[in-house]
Design a protein around this ligand. Structure first.
Ligand code: HEM
Length: 124
């Protein structure tokens, strides 16, 4: 499970790049098209899968014992905030047709994710 959660980081990164390109293109053409909306949804979907993989890992490794406070609590809490930001932002972008909201949501969630990655896991 460590491997799955660890490997999925690449998919998170790849889907984030896709969403950034999608919203960036949409912003340049002043039109939120289907492609940008789909790429935004793929990003939040991958984050959802990563959340589940992390949750299983957390439960299997009895992380609530708090031996490593960062991996046990800070990492999961920040990642949940990042996932919430990405999901709320991309949904709002879809509703309002604003590529800017989608772009800002993806950038903010990515910044949180970078800060929340355990230091021992760098370089990626
Ligand atoms: C966007 C969401 C997430 C990303 C990108 C992410 C990414 C990562 C990365 C890169 C590592 C280091 C893996 C390694 O050292 O090889 C890690 C470790 C870990 N993550 Fe996540 N994570 C996310 C969400 C979560 C969530 C929501 C939980 C728990 C509910 C969680 C629980 C853990 C645990 C317990 C570890 C430590 C694993 C170990 O060292 O044995 N993660 N995560």
């Amino acid at each position: 499970m460590v491997t799955l959660h660890s490997l999925l980081r690449w998919l998170v990164l790849l889907s984030a790049v896709g969403a950034l390109i999608g919203y960036g293109r949409a912003l340049a053409s002043s039109r939120l098209d289907d492609l940008a909306t789909r790429l935004g949804s793929v990003y939040t979907m991958v984050l959802g899968v990563q959340f589940l993989a992390g949750l299983v890992l957390w439960l299997v490794q009895s992380r609530w014992n708090g031996d490593d406070v960062f991996r046990s609590f800070i990492h999961p809490a920040l990642m949940i905030i990042a996932i919430g930001t990405a999901s709320a932002g991309t949904a709002r972008a879809r509703r309002t047709g604003s590529a800017m909201i989608g772009l800002v949501a993806v950038v903010v969630s990515l910044v949180i994710i970078v800060f929340a990655i355990p230091s021992g896991a760098w370089p990626l």
